[in-house]
Design a protein around this ligand. Structure first.
Ligand SMILES: [Fe+2]
Ligand SMILES: [Fe+2]
Length: 121
C-alpha cells in the first residue's frame, strides 16, 4: 500500500498557527500575540495563494475569499479598543480556533491533495 504523503510546509505552518492560538488563551497574552497571529497568517495565506495561482487551482476564488474573511476578522479584532480580559480572550481564541480547524481540515485538505497530485505529474 502506498503511504499517503503530506505537504510538509503546509502541515508545519498549520501547526505553528495552532500554537499561536494556544498562546492567545494564556492569561499573559497581550496584543502582541494577535499581531503575531496576523503576520503568520498573512505569510501562510500568501504561500497557499501563490500555489493556487501557479497551479491554476479550480477552487481558488472560494479559498481566497475564505482567507480574506479571516484577514478581516483579525484586523477588526486588532482595531477593537478595550481590555483583553479573560472572557474576551477566551471567546476570541475559541472563535479563531474553530474557524481555523474547519479551514485546515476542510478546504486546505483539498488544496493539499491538488498540490501533491500536481507535483507528482
Ligand atoms: Fe492553510
Ligand atoms: Fe487556506
Amino acid at each position: 500500500m502506498r503511504k499517503t504523503s503530506a505537504l510538509i510546509w503546509q502541515d508545519a505552518q498549520h501547526q505553528v498557527l495552532f500554537e499561536i492560538l494556544d498562546l492567545i488563551k494564556e492569561p499573559t497574552a497581550d496584543r502582541e500575540v494577535f499581531f503575531r497571529l496576523k503576520d503568520y497568517t498573512e505569510n501562510h495565506f500568501a504561500l497557499e495563494e501563490h500555489y493556487m495561482r501557479e497551479l491554476d487551482f479550480p477552487g481558488r476564488i472560494e479559498h481566497m475569499q475564505a482567507h480574506a474573511r479571516f484577514r478581516k476578522e483579525i484586523s477588526e479584532l486588532l482595531e477593537a479598543e478595550g481590555e483583553l480580559d479573560d472572557i474576551f480572550r477566551d471567546i476570541i481564541a475559541t472563535f479563531l480556533t474553530e474557524w481555523l480547524t474547519r479551514h485546515v481540515f476542510g478546504i486546505d485538505k483539498e488544496l493539499e491533495a491538488f498540490i501533491l497530485q500536481s507535483s507528482a505529474k
